[in-house]
Design a protein around this ligand. Structure first.
Ligand code: PFF
Length: 448
């Protein structure tokens, strides 16, 4: 079975693929943006705590479900089920995750398309194609359709090749590129006037804000989005991990990479904003808060690049390539969720299934593009604020309440014989059973 459905060929292959899924626009755009609008370092602090104390345990639950089941999310959850009711519940949770991944990809592809379009602008400017350069950075339906299609094509291209030749190979190529680009850009921004002030704003927490409910909700949502939880994605990636690997340490390494890259992205974006301010660009909105959201990425930063003369063209190009690469390693995981489901449950050949689902999701993107102002927000909220937390919570319920403790231990012991005596096994089962579902439920109810 394993050979025909594919498996990551190496430890590093899995780490790159899972970190690739985790590290995306959420880290490089979402995290700095949220930090900017939630009191700087106070948000960073809360995020770090929640990522390790709540998102990591939930992430481990999803990886474990997949590695145990060696199949797509629905089949894996059903393998753990003992009664017909459990099986129906398993279907609901697994299929919910698959739908959630598809919904996220339908809007994520549009945002990623913008990243590609902004990356082409400096190239067109250098080639003196000025009207084309202006067109690619102007909101228009034609531009959105073209670049979303291009991005979806790239995603489909990788997933058609399967686990080893597609996901693993491309993650191993793109993730190091992303890290190098990020470090080079940080080093460059740090040489500019204003960066030190930005660093100060980023790293000095206003402790009084740490317990603000809105900040807590945003930080938890961000941590769940960033680890791709509640989407069936980590279940399916878990199912491609060999039984000889130590899941506990693999999961911790991926979490660490994800959190570190979000932190590094903050080191780039927040100082860059203050550099922009030193160049005369407005970085505060009328209410006195730092400009965030799309205004930050598509207005403040491009204005900063404009002040840099011809050097700015290169910096802009590398910055938006960084964004596009981050988005691609995430989008392939989102597509893999539904594709693995269709391939395994409906016996459709992978290439055909990938193209078919790619087209369906692209059509969903078209619906969003046709009414961007309303639909983008609606789909993003539905999938990330409702779908992801609910499904992640149900996965924890599955592991904590339905699966036998002895079986969980047996699965964890594969690749980690001494797990029973370690800290993880003392804390985690209890955590997944009580703390995670309760905390997610509280935050979720609060956000309503
Ligand atoms: N983790 C990705 C990011 O931070 O951008 C987003 C993501 C990927 C969400 C995969 C959901 C998913 F299934």
């Amino acid at each position: 079975m394993a050979a025909s459905r594919g498996e990551f060929s190496s430890r590093i292959g899995f780490i790159m693929a899972a970190a690739g899924s985790a590290v995306g626009l959420g880290n490089i755009w979402g995290f700095p943006t949220q930090t900017a609008s939630n009191g700087g370092a106070a948000f960073v602090l809360v995020y770090l705590v929640l990522a390790f104390c709540l998102a990591y345990p939930a992430f481990m639950a999803e990886l474990l479900i997949g590695r145990y089941g060696q199949a797509n999310a629905v089949t894996s959850l059903q393998k753990m089920s003992r009664t017909p009711f459990h099986k129906r519940f398993a279907f609901l949770v697994g299929f919910g995750g698959v739908v959630c991944a598809a919904l996220i990809l339908s809007f994520y592809g549009i945002l990623a398309g913008w990243m590609i379009s902004y990356a082409t602008e400096p190239v067109l400017t250098l080639g003196s194609a000025n009207s084309a350069a202006a067109w690619v950075v102007e909101q228009s339906m034609a531009r959105n359709i073209l670049f979303t299609a291009l991005f979806m094509f790239l995603t489909v291209f990788v997933i058609r090749r399967g686990v080893e030749d597609g996901i693993e190979k491309w993650s191993k190529r793109l993730m190091p590129l992303l890290i190098v680009l990020l470090l080079v850009l940080i080093a460059y921004v740090f040489t500019l006037d204003g960066a030190a002030q930005g660093l100060n704003a980023y790293l000095n927490p206003d402790i009084s804000r740490v317990l603000e409910p809105d900040l807590l909700i945003s930080a938890l949502g961000q941590a769940f989005f960033s680890l791709s939880l509640g989407t069936s994605v980590m279940v399916i990636y878990g199912s491609y991990i060999s039984k000889n690997e130590n899941l506990v340490s693999l999961g911790a390494q991926v979490t660490l990479i994800d959190v570190s890259i979000a932190f590094l992205a903050g080191l780039l974006i927040i100082p860059a904003m203050y550099v922009a301010q030193a160049q005369g660009v407005a970085i505060f909105a009328e209410d006195g808060s730092l400009i965030s959201g799309s205004g930050l990425v598509f207005t403040v930063l491009p204005s900063l690049f404009d002040t840099m003369g011809s050097m700015g063209l290169f910096v802009a190009f590398f910055f938006f390539i960084l964004m596009s690469v981050a988005a691609l390693t995430s989008s392939i995981s989102m597509l893999e969720g539904p594709v693995s489901y269709v391939v395994e449950r409906h016996q459709i050949e992978r290439k055909k299934a990938t193209t078919m689902i790619g087209v369906i999701i692209f059509l969903m993107s078209l619906v969003i593009i046709s009414n961007l102002g309303v639909m983008l927000d609606f789909v993003a909220t539905l999938a990330t604020e409702y779908g992801q937390p609910i499904i992640a919570m149900l996965c924890c319920v599955f592991v904590g309440w339905i699966w036998h403790r002895s079986e969980i231990l047996k699965e964890l012991q594969q690749g980690n014989e001494t797990v029973e005596h370690g800290f993880f096994w003392k804390i985690w089962p209890w955590y997944t059973k009580f703390i995670c579902p309760t905390a997610i439920a509280i935050v979720f109810i609060h956000s309503l």
